[in-house]
Write a protein that binds this ligand. Structure first.
Ligand SMILES: [Cu+2]
Length: 310
């Protein structure tokens, strides 16, 4: 029995993470003009905070729905393998829920509110990413730089649930912003890298409906890892489809200095907001894992345009 006990014990390196989030119904800024959107969020930001653990770690999760909110909310972690009815149920304003899971499989996973109508809770901003780093860090090459990018649809009228069912989106966002990483757009930023660096993009498609055809203009993905699991390795990929509710990890080694727009090649999405420019320069500075949350508005403007200034 002693042997059994030892085998069933968690590995010595496994940690327990206490992760608390609060459902916050609040306005967020979604573009460089300072446009406000009546969002529903985790922790007041869209997307919610990035959760990062190691394969085998335990997550003790608590969701609070403050009494000041108007709607029920919930949390569904795609990295967990636990009972849906018990753990992912919606809680009313003024309630909390907690549950525990072990992140058994490495990868990049979606998390989202599942309160009905789920299509609206995701469209309004209740989504995010959890990275489960592989136990064996030699399972893939070391990345020199890492970013999280989450694609989602923007519906101008946050109460038009029928429009969401009818796929009538007005824009596609990366990390909760229209052209958020487009340096030619007022207030737009960029993703930095140095030539020769292996840049790892943890990519999540929050949907709620549209597929992403993720493509690096001027480059080829060195490797794509389905669901971000090193065991699911593809090589030399031009475009990789990530469906709503799915995720993948993309490695690109930028060969030379220049601009490499990362887009969904579903052009109705790219041209309505889903362009993130990876700018390769020898003096590139470090950036956070998910840059610019919340959006930093530099100069107010009345119109957003992706056309370069002459
Ligand atoms: Cu919700």
């Amino acid at each position: 029995m002693l042997v059994g006990l030892i085998i069933s014990s968690p590995p010595a390196f496994a940690k327990t993470h206490e992760v608390s989030m609060t459902a916050v119904e609040t306005d967020v800024i979604i573009d460089g003009s300072g446009e406000k959107y009546a969002a529903w969020t985790f922790n007041g930001q869209m997307p919610g905070p990035v959760v990062r653990v190691n394969e085998g770690d335990t997550v003790k999760f608590t969701l609070s729905n403050p009494a000041t909110n108007k709607f029920p909310h919930a949390m569904d972690f795609h990295a967990a393998e636990i009972d849906f009815l018990k753990n992912y149920r919606a809680i009313n304003a003024g309630e909390t829920i907690d549950y525990t899971f072990v992140a058994k499989k490495p990868g990049i996973f979606f998390y989202h509110c599942g309160a009905p109508p789920m299509i609206q809770h995701i469209a309004r901003g209740m989504f995010g990413a959890i990275i489960v780093d592989p136990k064996n860090n030699k399972a893939w090459p070391k990345a020199d730089r890492e970013y999280v990018l989450i694609q989602s649809e923007h519906f101008k009228n946050p109460d038009d649930v029928q429009g969401m069912f009818d796929r009538k989106f007005d824009g596609i966002m990366f990390n909760g912003g229209i052209f958020k990483y487009h340096p030619f757009v007022t207030g737009g930023g960029k993703l930095d890298a140095k030539p020769g660096e292996r840049v790892r993009i943890y990519f999540v498609n929050a949907g709620p409906n549209e597929f992403s055809a993720f493509h690096p203009i001027g480059e080829i993905w060195d490797n794509v890892y389905e669901s971000g699991n090193p065991a699911n390795k593809l090589t030399g990929v031009q475009t990789y489809v990530v469906g709503p509710g799915s995720a993948a990890t993309f490695d690109v080694v930028v060969e030379s200095a220049g601009a490499y727009p990362l887009v969904t090649h579903s052009l109705t999405g790219a041209l309505r907001g889903a362009i993130a420019v990876l700018l390769a320069s020898p003096d590139a500075k470090p950036q956070p894992l998910m840059p610019m949350v919340p959006w930093k508005v530099s100069t107010p403007q009345t119109e957003i345009t992706p056309v370069p200034v002459q």
